[in-house]
Ligand binder design. Structure first.
Ligand code: CUA
Length: 168
Protein backbone atom coordinates (compact mmCIF):
# COMPACT_ATOMS: atom_id res chain seq x y z
CA UNK A 1 0.00 0.00 0.00
CA UNK A 2 2.75 2.40 1.08
CA UNK A 3 4.90 1.53 -1.97
CA UNK A 4 2.09 2.20 -4.39
CA UNK A 5 1.59 5.60 -2.84
CA UNK A 6 5.24 6.48 -3.24
CA UNK A 7 5.30 5.30 -6.85
CA UNK A 8 2.26 7.43 -7.58
CA UNK A 9 3.95 10.52 -6.14
CA UNK A 10 7.10 9.83 -8.12
CA UNK A 11 5.10 9.67 -11.36
CA UNK A 12 3.31 12.88 -10.45
CA UNK A 13 6.60 14.66 -9.85
CA UNK A 14 7.94 13.33 -13.16
CA UNK A 15 4.86 14.59 -15.03
CA UNK A 16 5.12 17.98 -13.36
CA UNK A 17 8.75 18.26 -14.38
CA UNK A 18 7.86 17.59 -18.01
CA UNK A 19 4.99 20.04 -17.82
CA UNK A 20 7.31 22.71 -16.47
CA UNK A 21 9.86 21.92 -19.17
CA UNK A 22 7.29 22.26 -21.97
CA UNK A 23 6.08 25.56 -20.50
CA UNK A 24 9.65 26.87 -20.47
CA UNK A 25 10.08 25.77 -24.11
CA UNK A 26 6.81 27.42 -25.06
CA UNK A 27 7.94 30.75 -23.62
CA UNK A 28 11.36 30.38 -25.18
CA UNK A 29 9.76 29.90 -28.63
CA UNK A 30 7.36 32.79 -28.13
CA UNK A 31 10.26 35.00 -27.08
CA UNK A 32 12.18 33.96 -30.21
CA UNK A 33 9.20 34.75 -32.45
CA UNK A 34 8.84 38.14 -30.76
CA UNK A 35 12.54 38.82 -31.14
CA UNK A 36 12.45 37.93 -34.85
CA UNK A 37 9.43 40.16 -35.47
CA UNK A 38 11.04 43.10 -33.69
CA UNK A 39 14.45 42.82 -35.33
CA UNK A 40 13.70 41.43 -38.80
CA UNK A 41 10.36 42.88 -39.90
CA UNK A 42 11.82 45.21 -42.50
CA UNK A 43 13.77 43.38 -45.17
CA UNK A 44 12.28 39.91 -45.09
CA UNK A 45 9.89 40.49 -47.97
CA UNK A 46 10.79 41.70 -50.49
CA UNK A 47 14.55 41.47 -50.69
CA UNK A 48 16.41 44.77 -50.54
CA UNK A 49 14.94 48.02 -49.44
CA UNK A 50 11.28 48.75 -49.92
CA UNK A 51 10.57 50.02 -53.40
CA UNK A 52 7.13 50.11 -54.97
CA UNK A 53 5.99 50.18 -58.57
CA UNK A 54 2.61 50.06 -60.27
CA UNK A 55 2.29 46.44 -61.47
CA UNK A 56 -0.24 47.44 -64.14
CA UNK A 57 2.32 49.78 -65.75
CA UNK A 58 5.65 47.95 -65.50
CA UNK A 59 5.11 46.36 -68.91
CA UNK A 60 4.43 49.65 -70.68
CA UNK A 61 6.55 52.27 -68.94
CA UNK A 62 9.65 52.60 -66.81
CA UNK A 63 12.90 50.60 -66.85
CA UNK A 64 11.24 47.18 -67.10
CA UNK A 65 9.46 48.18 -70.31
CA UNK A 66 12.58 49.63 -71.95
CA UNK A 67 14.90 47.06 -73.60
CA UNK A 68 17.74 49.62 -73.44
CA UNK A 69 17.51 49.57 -69.63
CA UNK A 70 17.27 45.80 -69.25
CA UNK A 71 20.99 45.47 -68.59
CA UNK A 72 22.70 48.75 -67.70
CA UNK A 73 26.33 49.25 -66.83
CA UNK A 74 26.45 51.47 -63.74
CA UNK A 75 30.16 51.32 -62.92
CA UNK A 76 33.43 49.79 -64.09
CA UNK A 77 32.44 46.46 -62.59
CA UNK A 78 28.78 46.95 -61.83
CA UNK A 79 25.58 46.33 -63.74
CA UNK A 80 21.91 46.75 -62.96
CA UNK A 81 19.52 44.27 -64.50
CA UNK A 82 15.79 44.97 -64.59
CA UNK A 83 14.05 41.61 -64.58
CA UNK A 84 10.37 41.04 -65.07
CA UNK A 85 9.07 37.74 -63.69
CA UNK A 86 5.70 37.10 -65.31
CA UNK A 87 3.32 34.23 -65.96
CA UNK A 88 5.18 32.28 -67.32
CA UNK A 89 8.70 33.43 -67.96
CA UNK A 90 11.39 36.01 -67.37
CA UNK A 91 12.37 39.09 -69.29
CA UNK A 92 14.98 39.71 -70.59
CA UNK A 93 15.75 36.16 -71.59
CA UNK A 94 18.56 35.32 -71.72
CA UNK A 95 20.16 37.82 -69.36
CA UNK A 96 23.72 38.42 -70.52
CA UNK A 97 26.25 39.69 -68.00
CA UNK A 98 30.04 39.55 -67.71
CA UNK A 99 31.93 37.37 -65.29
CA UNK A 100 33.31 39.01 -62.13
CA UNK A 101 31.09 42.10 -62.14
CA UNK A 102 28.64 42.92 -59.41
CA UNK A 103 25.16 42.40 -60.80
CA UNK A 104 22.28 44.18 -59.11
CA UNK A 105 19.05 42.43 -60.01
CA UNK A 106 15.90 44.50 -59.67
CA UNK A 107 13.02 42.12 -60.08
CA UNK A 108 9.31 42.74 -60.14
CA UNK A 109 6.13 41.08 -61.37
CA UNK A 110 3.22 42.47 -63.41
CA UNK A 111 0.81 39.75 -62.28
CA UNK A 112 1.19 37.28 -59.40
CA UNK A 113 3.90 36.17 -56.95
CA UNK A 114 6.81 34.38 -58.60
CA UNK A 115 10.15 33.05 -57.50
CA UNK A 116 13.60 33.92 -58.76
CA UNK A 117 15.98 31.11 -57.98
CA UNK A 118 19.25 30.87 -59.88
CA UNK A 119 20.64 27.35 -60.04
CA UNK A 120 24.11 26.90 -58.59
CA UNK A 121 23.97 30.16 -56.61
CA UNK A 122 22.40 31.37 -53.38
CA UNK A 123 20.15 33.75 -55.34
CA UNK A 124 16.63 32.95 -54.26
CA UNK A 125 13.99 35.62 -53.80
CA UNK A 126 10.28 36.06 -53.88
CA UNK A 127 8.97 38.43 -56.52
CA UNK A 128 5.79 40.30 -55.63
CA UNK A 129 3.63 42.40 -57.94
CA UNK A 130 4.01 46.05 -56.96
CA UNK A 131 7.28 45.51 -55.11
CA UNK A 132 10.87 45.48 -56.32
CA UNK A 133 13.11 42.72 -55.02
CA UNK A 134 16.75 43.76 -55.15
CA UNK A 135 19.59 41.25 -54.92
CA UNK A 136 23.28 41.48 -55.72
CA UNK A 137 25.49 38.76 -57.07
CA UNK A 138 28.89 38.34 -58.65
CA UNK A 139 29.25 35.39 -60.99
CA UNK A 140 32.73 33.97 -60.64
CA UNK A 141 32.34 31.38 -63.37
CA UNK A 142 31.30 31.91 -66.97
CA UNK A 143 28.51 29.73 -68.29
CA UNK A 144 24.78 29.33 -68.31
CA UNK A 145 22.65 29.51 -65.21
CA UNK A 146 19.03 28.50 -65.17
CA UNK A 147 16.45 30.69 -63.44
CA UNK A 148 13.62 28.75 -61.84
CA UNK A 149 10.30 29.93 -60.46
CA UNK A 150 9.81 28.26 -57.10
CA UNK A 151 6.53 29.89 -56.13
CA UNK A 152 3.38 28.26 -57.48
CA UNK A 153 1.97 30.84 -59.89
CA UNK A 154 -0.57 29.02 -62.06
CA UNK A 155 -0.94 26.37 -64.76
CA UNK A 156 2.36 27.20 -66.43
CA UNK A 157 4.39 27.33 -63.23
CA UNK A 158 6.41 24.20 -63.92
CA UNK A 159 7.46 25.60 -67.32
CA UNK A 160 8.59 28.96 -66.01
CA UNK A 161 12.32 29.24 -66.66
CA UNK A 162 14.84 31.86 -67.60
CA UNK A 163 18.51 31.87 -68.40
CA UNK A 164 21.53 33.90 -67.33
CA UNK A 165 24.52 33.78 -69.63
CA UNK A 166 27.74 34.79 -67.92
CA UNK A 167 30.44 35.69 -70.40
CA UNK A 168 34.22 35.73 -69.93
CU1 CUA B 1 6.11 31.79 -61.73
CU2 CUA B 1 5.81 29.75 -60.60
Amino acid sequence: MMDEHRAHRAILAYEKAWLAFSLVMLFAFLALIGYTLVTHTSGVIPAGKLERVDPTKVRTEGPWADPAQAVVQTGPHQYTVHVLAFAFGYQPNPIEVPKGAEIVFKITSPDVIHGFYVEGTNLNVEVLPGEVSTVRYTFKKAGEYRIICNQYCGVGHQNMFGKIVVKE
